[in-house]
Design a protein around this ligand. Structure first.
Ligand code: GCU
Length: 431
């Protein structure tokens, strides 16, 4: 669905230039940043279990109040405040089939209109195991945003080719900011649809640019077109993408074939930042998964290892609320750090994953967020991360209420990651 994406070609060019810097060097280490553990500055993390006035939080009953304090800080200083569910929200299933994925799945494509006048919308592509649908067993489902259109996740010719604006990318078959037929299935290696269906799970996915095209246009395009320009603590793009995930959840709750009580919100990289914020701000997500989300996602900002707050606000200023830029090179002044984002998800489950070569995203910083969020999970009566304080060896996932792995290889989503996420869901949901 084309959104009301409007930007001058100058704005787009400027942003695309900025984005090529870190993206092109994902598996490498962009120069001028710290990758040396010995050079991580000394830092003190804000304690998720101490109230702003210094009162220690020692019982589960005190947590909602402390949670609210932390939530407000993330809203005001990091991601920005989003509106609630729009009144005009409505859905249209515009295509479906019971013969997808080699006859093993059903397929559904749903348009989610954000307003009564149908000016802005996003499309959800849904695959469900046919066996479960026929047996009328609601399906536990992964919900995730994708980078280049729903049609890139599979070669299935019935998937509507996105007409939305997207970042140009030859490998993904995107020319002049529009998808071409060559982009069908271009991201399939990150989406093992058949494997997911074989394990009894559903998959629902949305192109993130349908919600908010990924360039800095002063918050005018995508769903922002329906609202006034945000204030300094107004929703940045990460909050907007997370808001879109909640709107997708609004649809999933209406679909009897889906088990809305067992939805895992998943995202990679910037979309992992969005999935974490969606999981933190919307308690309907039973499991939250962040894959290589790095700075502004699972990684602790105070470590300033790999990508920093200053750098991310320079290359991608629209991702956060305007207040966030003041913490560039001044991370300790920020009243929150990213372990508290993970803590906001408690006592629901969260899984954080890193890749060994993805030093830009600071694997250790991602693991430490889990460790420092764990006391909140324990206070709420769960097993947290099972008492683990040392980073596990590569390719050895740890799975408790919190899960974590660091796998070999680079910034990517692999079958190893997906297998771990499904093993985790099997455990958490007792499958
Ligand atoms: C850049 C950016 C990261 C982000 C990544 C992505 O590398 O610096 O913060 O996670 O893009 O989303 O692909």
């Amino acid at each position: 669905m084309p959104t009301t994406a409007k930007a001058t070609s100058l704005q787009i060019a400027a942003f695309c230039f900025a984005l090529t810097l870190p993206t092109a060097m994902l598996s490498a280490q962009p120069a001028g940043f710290n990758y040396d553990e010995a050079k991580v500055p000394a830092y003190t993390l804000p304690d998720p279990l101490v109230m702003a006035d210094g009162t220690p939080v020692t019982s589960a009953e005190q947590w909602p109040k402390r949670r609210e304090e932390i939530m407000q800080l993330f809203l005001e200083e990091v991601y920005g405040k989003a509106p609630g569910k729009p009144e005009g929200l409505h859905f249209e299933v515009f295509e479906q089939s019971d013969d997808a994925v080699n006859g093993k799945a059903t397929r559904k494509q749903v348009r989610v209109y954000f307003d009564a006048d149908e000016t802005v919308a996003m499309d959800i592509l849904i695959y469900l195991p046919k066996k479960s649908v026929e047996a009328k067993k609601p399906v536990p489902t992964y919900l995730s945003l994708n980078f280049y259109g729903n049609h890139t996740i599979s070669n299935d010719p019935a998937i509507l080719l996105s007409e939305s604006w997207m970042r140009s990318n030859k490998e993904q078959g995107v020319v002049d900011h529009r998808a071409t037929e060559a982009s069908r299935g271009a991201s399939a290696s990150r989406w093992p649809v058949e494997m997911i269906i074989d394990r009894g799970y559903g998959l629902a996915t949305v192109y993130y640019g349908d919600i908010d095209p990924d360039f800095d246009d002063g918050f005018k395009n995508g769903v922002h077109a329906l609202y006034d320009s945000p204030a300094k603590d107004g929703w940045g793009s990460i909050a907007t993408w997370a808001w879109g995930l909640s709107r997708a959840m609004d649809y999933l709750e209406t679909d009897a074939e889906i088990d809305a009580k067992r939805v895992a919100v998943f995202g990679h990289s910037r979309l992992g930042k969005a999935s974490l914020w969606a999981g933190a701000s919307d308690p309907r997500f039973s499991i939250t998964i962040s894959n290589d989300s790095g700075c502004g996602g699972a990684a602790l900002s105070r470590r300033a290892f790999g990508e920093t707050v200053a750098q991310i606000n320079k290359t991608c200023p629209h991702w956060f609320c305007d207040n966030n830029s003041q913490y560039g090179n001044n991370e300790s002044a920020c009243p929150v750090d990213q372990h508290q984002l993970v803590a906001l998800i408690a006592p629901r489950s969260a899984y954080i994953a890193s890749a060994k070569e993805d030093t830009w995203a600071d694997p250790r910083g991602e693991f430490l967020s889990v460790v420092h969020a764990a006391p909140v999970f324990r206070l709420l009566g769960t097993d947290g991360i099972g008492g683990q304080t040392e980073m596990p060896p590569v390719n050895e996932p740890i799975m408790h209420t919190l899960g974590y792995h660091v796998r070999t290889g680079k910034h990517d989503v692999t079958d190893f990651d997906w297998n771990a996420y499904m093993d985790f869901a099997d455990k958490r949901w007792g499958k």
